[in-house]
Design a protein around this ligand. Structure first.
Ligand code: GNR
Ligand code: NI
Length: 155
């Protein structure tokens, strides 16, 4: 198990633009495995490499259906709108309402550097867009409708 430290808001690395991945090698394989370990341990549904201090365009998600790896993702198309609660492992203990597209089509490379295209809706779409933002130094409070709320305050 390779649990990595999750960087939190205020850490400058979260605001930097991540760099494209040029090859799949042992270092990147270990990184992806560690990202899954770290995401599951933290009970998150997604994790982007900059959150563990690595400025590479990689994110992983598992919104309940299947674990997926996205390398050098490109958002091809979005459709519709959804407003819902969003949290981030880099902003522990908080959430806010964020409006995002309901549907997204994304093209990326998988672990074998083979291209795939996926269309997702609802939470999976929200998650893909949230993770893609991390690769561009964007955090959900930048897009939030209302204030950041303490998770405790409402539960
Ligand atoms: O665990 C997470 N939950 C979540 C909820 C709504 C929208 C996006 C997310 S992603 C987040 C994990 C995380 O911070 N990924 O970058
Ligand atoms: Ni996040």
């Amino acid at each position: 198990m390779g649990i990595r430290k999750i960087r939190t808001m205020g850490d400058e690395i979260l605001r930097k633009i991540a760099k494209p991945v040029t090859e799949m090698n042992l270092r990147n394989k270990v990184l992806v495995k560690d990202m899954f370990d770290t995401m599951y341990k933290a009970e998150g549904v997604g994790l982007a490499a900059p959150q563990v201090g690595i400025l590479k365009r990689i994110f992983v998600i598992d919104c309940g259906e299947h674990p997926l790896v996205f390398i050098n993702p490109e958002i091809l198309e979005t459709e519709g709108e959804q407003t819902g609660e969003e949290g981030c492992l880099s902003i522990p203990g908080k959430h806010a309402q964020v409006t995002r597209p309901m549907k997204v089509t994304v093209r990326a490379l998988d672990m074998n550097m083979n291209e795939f295209t996926l269309t997702a809706e609802g939470l999976e779409a929200r998650c893909i867009l949230h993770e893609n933002d991390h690769l561009n130094g964007v955090l959900y409070p930048d897009k939030a409708e209302g204030p950041l709320v303490d998770n405790e305050a409402e539960e």
